[in-house]
Design a protein around this ligand. Structure first.
Ligand code: AMP
Ligand code: MG
Length: 348
């Protein structure tokens, strides 16, 4: 691993990290009007978060022999429909979703798409030795992050919730997911947004769009190019204006997990929504992890997993090749470290 170039900046100002696409994704409204060739950029609220799809302008479209604005609009509409469909399948809030029915009534999941995603999640659990665990639902609920009224539970409550957690309680056989322990409930929040981004990206490709930026709540896929150049994704400090550094990417997914997305402060301590399943408390080693990889599903899962694992164990897994992606970590002391292959460019 190497100390990240922006470390001094971080030491001076830094506590957290967030990603924005310089092409004008949801978090970067300021940049939107600077995109002279954008013919299509749309933001909608799906999966409890802000989702944006941006298609660059005429030069790229012409280069790819697109049929014109109407075709672009239809492709974007279909991609948003796919994001909506993912929400309907994976949500823990929509009573008719297979995940909700599994949690509340123990009804086995047999939708092949959901079964496959749960299998992928379990593989990340195995590789991360349980740091990533979609059965954290009871903890997320106990800490009040579903109700929007987070609170610090009593130690006995945390111990009781931990008793319901363990990805090994999930059984995947004959195309079905069942549970060994009736109390087990799942939460795909750490992987489903990335999956939805990949799925929307596939829809764009199938509809002839080869250049696009898709974002769902911090999970990004930068497809192709923006006006014949790689997409520029800025990494900025979420509590201060300005960028830490910038990534140039093409056909890459970028996912960030951080302690700033959902949190509350009690007695001067920060409590956030990413839990160490082994303790029942929010993971404390890092402030932020960004993963840059080939697909958004795994980038999403690994950003959460590495956040829980912390700097040393996390970087070891990256260096051993288990993660198959580049990473940038920001420790709770404000040190930024990246995997050796991560290339950044000077910000604007
Ligand atoms: P992300 O923003 O992708 O890191 O996902 C965070 C969300 O994943 C939380 O809001 C929880 O719903 C869920 N989650 C929290 N801790 C874990 C964990 N250790 N493993 C898997 N999912 C988790
Ligand atoms: Mg995640």
């Amino acid at each position: 691993m190497r100390e990240f170039a922006g470390m001094c900046w971080l030491k001076k100002f830094g506590r957290e990290l967030v990603l924005i696409g310089l092409g004008g994704v949801a978090l970067s409204g300021l940049f939107a009007c600077r995109e002279p060739n954008a013919i299509q950029k749309e933001t909608r609220f799906i999966m409890g978060t802000v989702c944006t799809i941006q298609i660059p302008g005429p030069p790229a479209v012409a280069r790819r022999a697109m049929a014109g604005r109407r075709a672009v609009r239809e492709a974007v509409e279909k991609a948003f429909a796919r994001l909506e469909e993912c929400d309907q399948k994976f949500s823990v809030f929509i009573p008719s979703s297979p995940v909700c029915r599994f949690n509340q009534q123990g009804i086995p999941i047999d939708d092949p798409e959901i079964v496959a995603l749960i299998a992928q999640a379990c593989e990340v659990s195995r590789l991360s030795q349980g740091a990533f665990d979609i059965t954290v639902y009871p903890l997320v609920e106990l800490w009040g992050f579903y109700s929007g009224k987070p609170r610090r539970p009593a130690p006995e409550e945390i111990a009781a919730a931990r008793g319901k957690i363990g990805w090994q309680h999930l059984v995947i056989t004959n195309g079905q997911v069942t549970k060994k322990n009736a109390a087990v409930q799942i939460d795909l929040g750490a992987i489903a947004k990335g999956y939805a981004v990949d799925a929307a990206m596939q829809v764009l490709l199938q509809n002839g769009i080869h250049d696009a930026l898709i974002e769902a709540g911090g999970d990004i896929f930068a497809l192709g190019q923006r006006n014949q150049k790689p997409w520029k994704i800025g990494i900025r400090h979420p509590r201060q204006p300005g960028l830490l550094d910038t990534l140039e990417v093409s056909d890459r997914a970028i996912a960030t997990s951080g302690d700033y997305e959902q949190f509350f402060i009690a007695d001067g301590a920060r409590y956030h929504h990413i839990f160490d399943p082994r303790t029942g408390y929010p993971a404390t080693n890092l402030m932020s992890v960004t993963v840059i990889g080939a697909n958004a599903t795994l980038a999403d899962a690994w950003s959460t997993a590495l956040f829980v694992l912390g700097l040393e164990k996390g970087m070891k897994l990256v260096e051993e090749g288990a993660v198959r992606a580049e990473v940038l970590m920001l420790t709770s002391q404000g040190r930024a470290l990246s995997s050796p292959g991560l290339k950044t460019i000077p910000g604007p």
